[in-house]
Design a protein around this ligand. Structure first.
Ligand code: ZN
Length: 151
């Protein structure tokens, strides 16, 4: 078990375009395990590798007690649009309203290199899109149409 430090907005690593994973090895498994431990400690819905300083296309999502490990995720299609509020473990102190697609289909690889596809709607889709944005150096704060300050 290894808890990694979550970097905060302002750190340049959060702005990097992450590199695709080419080796589905022990190091990748360790990164995924550490992301899971770190997410559980922080009690978030998702965490991306750049948030722990690793510039790789790896992220995890935990939604309704199900954990998804995404390696090299790609958005295959999207439709509709909806607005809802989002927060981020790397952006403390506020949340924001962000417009995103209502429905998505993604593909990704798991830790052993097996390809999967998944369809998601609503907030479930939103969590994937938020994490996938991290892999391209994008934060929700860049896209929000309204800022909600925590009290
Ligand atoms: Zn985030």
């Amino acid at each position: 078990m290894a808890i990694r430090k979550i970097v905060q907005m302002g750190d340049p690593v959060l702005r990097k375009i992450c590199k695709p994973v080419t080796e589905f090895d022990k190091k990748l498994a360790q990164l995924l395990d550490d992301l899971i431990d770190t997410l559980h400690r922080a009690e978030g819905l998702g965490l991306a590798a750049p948030q722990v300083g690793i510039v790789k296309r790896v992220c995890i999502v935990e939604y309704e007690d199900k954990l998804y490990e995404l390696v090299n995720p790609v958005l295959l299609s999207s439709s509709g649009s909806c607005k809802d509020n989002e927060g981020c473990l790397s952006v403390p102190g506020f949340r924001g309203i962000v417009e995103r697609p209502e429905h998505i289909e993604i593909e990704y690889y798991d830790r052993v290199g097996q390809r999967h596809t998944l369809e998601a709607d609503g907030y479930f889709a939103r969590v994937f899109l938020h994490e996938m944005d991290h892999l391209d150096g994008i934060l929700f704060a860049d896209k929000m149409t309204r800022k909600i300050v925590d009290r």
